[in-house]
Design a protein around this ligand. Structure first.
Ligand code: ADP
Ligand code: AMP
Length: 216
């Protein structure tokens, strides 16, 4: 099963994708994670992407389409994948359609995670992750069971993203509304769009996504 989690920054896409990897054995394809890895590695892609990411703007389409095209070729994608943070523009969605058609793959469902802008700012401001395994946490909404210790790997170091600050969030939300929201009618017209209440608790959102996936 190949799915897209579509929603604004901070909607909970990564949180739910991490759970779906466990429960459904799907691979998470997060362009944000791939770009951050490229920046860290100092690769050509990373050098092209960094200034856009720091400013909270979208990285140019051809850069992101290139990394997804390479990643989708990998054998682990054959059993199904979750696209998290891609596509984010109509040009990216059209490129994805072409890539899938070339490979004879189908997009089963696009799940829209609806969350109010004010809640997004709070979620992004409190977000952090385990430095070792990448498991996601939140200062208020998703604390580790034992303070300072990762539930998943026992790691004790945590990181916050450089772009998770209140100034950049405004630009990122504006980019979502202007450039990504047009994908909602794009996928609705194709009959693959389903909606979940992203304002609900993490467990409740997981249940709603589970019900959508079980209906296929
Ligand atoms: P995205 O991948 O869409 O940018 P994340 O999954 O990283 O968003 O979630 C953003 C932050 O909000 C994280 O710190 C996460 O723990 C928290 N979070 C995710 N889903 C919810 C939810 N349903 N309710 C409250 N907080 C949430
Ligand atoms: P995310 O981790 O999804 O919040 O993405 C972090 C940043 O990476 C975004 O603010 C963009 O600068 C960049 N980015 C991630 N995915 C894409 C994409 N599909 N298209 C353009 N830029 C992206």
């Amino acid at each position: 099963m190949n799915i897209i989690l579509l929603g604004p920054p901070g909607a909970g896409k990564g949180t739910q994708a991490q759970r779906l990897m466990e429960t459904r054995r799907l691979v998470q394809l997060s362009t944000g994670d791939m770009l951050r890895a490229a920046v860290k590695a100092g690769s050509e892609v990373g050098r092209r992407a960094k200034a856009f990411m720091d400013a909270g703007q979208l990285v140019p389409d051809e850069v992101v389409i290139g990394i997804i095209a390479d990643r989708i070729e990998a054998p682990d994608c054959k059993n199904g994948f979750i696209l998290d943070g891609f596509p984010r523009t109509t040009a990216q969605a059209e490129a994805l359609d072409r890539m899938l058609a070339e490979k004879g793959l189908k997009l089963n469902v696009v799940i829209e995670m609806k969350v109010d802008d004010t809640a997004l700012v709070e979620r992004i401001a409190g977000r952090y992750a385990c430095a070792k395994c990448g498991a996601g946490y939140h200062d208020t909404f998703q604390k580790p069971k034992v303070a300072g210790v990762c539930d998943n790997c026992g790691g004790t170091e945590f990181t916050r993203r450089a772009d998770d600050n209140r100034e950049t969030v405004v630009t990122r939300l504006a980019a979502y509304h202007a450039q990504t929201a047009p994908l909602l009618p794009y996928y609705r017209a194709r009959g693959v769009l389903r909606e979940v209440d992203g304002m609900a608790s993490i467990d409740e959102v997981s249940r709603q996504i589970g019900r959508v996936l079980d209906s296929f």
